[in-house]
Design a protein. Sequence first.
Length: 196
Amino acid sequence: MIYDYGGFPESTYQVHYRAPGSPTVAHRVVTLAAKAGITVKTDSNRGFDHGTFVPLSVAYPGAQIPVVQLSMNKSYSPEAHYQLGKALAPLRNEGVLIIGSGSSFHNLRIFGPGARLPSQAFDEWLTETMSLESAERKNRLLRWETAPSARLAHPREDHLIPLMVITGAAEMELATRPYHETEFFGGITMSSFRLG
């Protein structure tokens, strides 16, 4: 386990998610990425970070499904992550669920009432963007920093970049919004999206 956060209750550092890995899927990821000219290295000793164990411990609490965690490129390039998603798209037809874990708003410095307006503005833009056809959606996502309140919603884009991967992987699929909330932590607007 990699508890890559700080300042949370002690219980959040006691979570153990013991899902099995899948060397077969990991090898397939490396192969598909290489075919697209993307270099991926494997690390069988790295533990699950919170981007993996937090959502999966809720969705699959029994840790019964094999999990392969893919780290983001440190450049946080929207285009590079979109292209990675495109490269991994065949996995969707092979029974692999691709999850992009993050948050539509992630600015811990203004959690609460101060986040109400910027989170709402960015969420409206993101919801509209995700409803568009693939080419226009991609174009807007790759220019996400021009969106209203973009850098207030994401001072560091690590919680948004996974969306680029899943959007690339499901490039031609329409998006739905299965989760939408306007009062998260006292006024934050947040949404999640599903493609396919």
